[in-house]
Design a protein around this ligand. Sequence first.
Ligand SMILES: O=C(O)CCC(=O)C(=O)O
Length: 304
Amino acid sequence: MNQRFPTHHPLFFRNTSHQSDFEKNGFVIIPFYNPAQINTLYELYYKLSPSNEIGFFPSTFSKDTNYRNTVDTEIRKTAEHIIGDTFVNTKTVCGSFIVKKPGNESEMGIHQDMTLVDESKWCGINVWCPLCNLTKHNGTLFVLPKSNRLIPTLRGATIPSIYQDGEVQSLIKKYAHPIYLKAGQAIAFDPSIIHFSPPNITNTDRVVTNIYLTHKDARFITAYWDKYNFGNFVELFEQPDDFFTNFEQFGNDIMEKPKMGKSIGKVPYQFPLLTADQLRKTYTTTKPIAHLLKKIFSYARTNL
Ligand SMILES: O=C(O)CCC(=O)C(=O)O
């Protein structure tokens, strides 16, 4: 698997302007659930979800296999038609709840999501959709537009990130944009985009559903680095399509070698780092970014 960006994007969106915004910026805002579907999903959440969780809690982190599977099945069932109407050539791999319980522990720091496909050919899409309106108090998502195209990476809990430097992290926070979605609007984003979310400091759970999709022909692949033994190599594991729902190591022994999947060998990796200069150059000279967000949100206002 090469760490380079694809020369062309697979077609994912039926709407050509969604596809081109996604390609240009690494994300696009789309209409997703209607009010009845939001109610169905809230009922599911209150019926099934453990009440003793605190902080930031994705259902994929639960130790209860039945809970993970039921959430996955029901979210995918509720979204099935919208997904069919919105996307082409995709397979839906996992539906989950991502919850921020009230409190400062619910902050989610700067990150890119783990590698799940060969990104020199394919890409994944997270369809992240809140069931409530997002505000600056309840843990909205911030994204750094176009950051999925800054450096090609392999990612996973054991692999050092590209944004370790303190100044780099401050600049990411400075240039990132909050995405204030209304209940039922979704952001469809490339999982390699740099993103984060502040804590939910209201009194109510912030409930989001996330659905991960990728191209129907893409193999599911995860990456693992043993820092004592691998040097500049990373081991890749082919995973079954139910990886997300059946992987037991999230929120558990995530730093251990994957206990699921089949090793397909090691690839060289140089552990690249983002620099403050690269960020400044990209985000102070890329004037379209402010303009572009305005365009995206005016599209959202008129079309959603
Ligand atoms: O739900 C959130 O606040 C953040 C979600 C996120 O960062 C992720 O799913 O990778």
